[in-house]
Design a binder for this molecule. Structure first.
Ligand code: SF4
Ligand code: SF4
Length: 56
């Protein structure tokens, strides 16, 4: 299982601070998860107001 940010993201940045690995980064005006560092802990899933962070 992996955690991904879907394209509905509005770049509010609310998910950045809660990530214990600091692996949510802005890239080309989109927020993405650095797959190298993400541990799939799921902490960011709960904080997104648009529910656009998903576990797949
Ligand atoms: S699943 Fe955990 S480690 Fe991965 S981006 Fe979300 S909060 Fe960060
Ligand atoms: S909290 Fe959700 S909408 Fe805001 S930057 Fe993160 S993924 Fe995008």
């Amino acid at each position: 299982m992996s955690v991904y940010i879907q394209e509905e993201c509005v770049s509010c940045a609310l998910c950045v601070a809660p990530c214990p690995e600091s692996c949510i980064v802005e890239e080309d005006e989109q927020f993405v998860i650095d797959r190298e560092r993400c541990t799939d802990c799921g902490d960011c899933v709960e904080v997104c107001p648009l529910a656009c962070i998903v576990k797949v």
